[in-house]
Design a protein around this ligand. Sequence first.
Ligand code: C2E
Ligand code: CA
Ligand code: CA
Length: 403
Amino acid sequence: MKNHWVREHFAAGQVIFNEGDIGQDAYLIEHGKINITSQRGEQIKILATIDQGDLFGEIALIDNMTRTASAIAAEDATLIRISRDLVVSKLKHADPLLSHILQIIVDRYRAALGATQQSGEIRSEDGLHKLRDYAVNQIKIAQNLSDALTNSEFELHYQPVVYLDDGRLGGFEALIRWNQPNVGFISPLGFIGVAEDCGLIVPIGRWVLSTALSALTQFQSAMDRLHPNQAPLFMSINVSARQLQEFGEIDELSALIRASGIDPARIKLEVTESALIEHPETAVLALRQLKELGVLLAIDDFGTGYSSLSYLSMFPLDTLKIDQSFVATMLESEGSMRITRAIAGLARDLGMNCIAEGIEHAGDIAALREMQCEFGQGYHYSKPRNHASLLEYIELHGAGRQA
Ligand code: C2E
Ligand code: CA
Ligand code: CA
C-alpha cells in the first residue's frame, strides 16, 4: 500500500496551505508552532497559534472542502501529513462498530457543515467550534451508550393511556430514560438517534421489549388484585426502523414476546411514519411477520411525516396516533382542530382506532370525544412514571378517573 504517513518540515514563515485552497490532507504537529490565519481585506488576522500534538486542516478529511483559513509555520515545524485516503482505508479495516460510529459522525459533520456554510457561519471561529463540540458530543454519546446496557443504566417509564369516554385505564406506553452516572436522566430525544445510527438500538430495543413486557405482567397483577374485573391492560412499545430492517431481528423479538407468556393482542408496537417509508419493502415484511404473531401495530406521530396516504393500506395497522403538535394546539388553532378531526375520521374509515397524544388540558377531551377518538394520553392524565410510581397510579386511578 502506498505510504500515506508522511513527515514534512516547514521553515518559519512558510505557508502550509492557503485559505480557499482545496484540501486533501490534515496535519498533526509533531514539533513546532503553527499560526492559523485569516485574511480580511488587507488585514491578516491570527485566529490561533497551535503546537505539538494539535491537529489542523481536518475538515479536508471529511470532504473536498476549501480551506477556511491559512496555516503558516510560526517557527520551524515538523508535521505529519494525514491524507484522506489513509483515513478511508484505515476505516475500512477498523472494528466495524468504531468505523460505523465514525462514519456517522463524518456524515453529521458534513451535514452540519453544509448548513453552517450556507449561513456563512463556518467562516467564523465560533461556527467551527460549534461543529467540533457537536461532533465530539456525538462521539461521547455513542461511546457511553455502548456501556449503558451492560451497566444497566437504562430505565423504562410508563405513561398511562386512557379511554377518553370514561377515563378508564387502557394501558401504557413504555418510554426509555438513560440514567447516566454523574449526568442524570437523559431524554430519549438526546440519544435514540445516535443509537439508531450506530445500530445499538437493536440490543436496546430488545431490552425495552422484554422489560416492558415483564412490567405489564406486574401491572396487570396489581390491577387484578386492586380492581378486579377490568379489561386487560395493553403495553405500547416504540420500535425503530432499524429494528425492522435488521436480518433475523423480528425472530428475536417474536421469541421475546412468546417467552413473556402475554397475549400478543395486549402488545402494541409503535412505529413512525418515516420508519415505514424509508424502506417500505422490508418494513412491510417485518410488520406482517409481527402481525402474524397477533400483536397490534400503531403508527406514531401521524401527520408529521412526508408520506402519501396510499402507503397506509400497505401496512397491517390497528391504531393511528395523532401527533401531540396537533392536539396541543387544537383549541387555539382552527387548522390543528381540522387536522385532528381529519385524522380521527381517517382512522375510523380505515377500521383503526386512534390515540390522541399530548393531552394537557381537560378542555381537549370534549373535542376528542366528539371526534370519536378512543384513547388519550398526556400530562393531563399523567406524565410518564417510573415503575413504583405507576403502581401508585394503578392503585389510585386503576378503576377509572374523572376526566
Ligand atoms: P413519542 O413516542 O412520540 O413519545 C411521546 C413523548 O411525548 C414522550 O417523550 C412523552 O413523555 C411526551 N409526552 C407525553 N405526554 C405529553 C404531554 O401532555 N405534553 C408534552 N409536551 N409531552 C408529552 P419522551 O419520553 O421524551 O420520548 C421522546 C421520543 O423518544 C418518543 O416520542 C419516541 O420517539 C422516542 N422513544 C422513547 N422511548 C423509546 C424506546 O424505547 N425506543 C425507541 N425506539 N424510541 C423511544
Ligand atoms: Ca410513541
Ligand atoms: Ca408520538
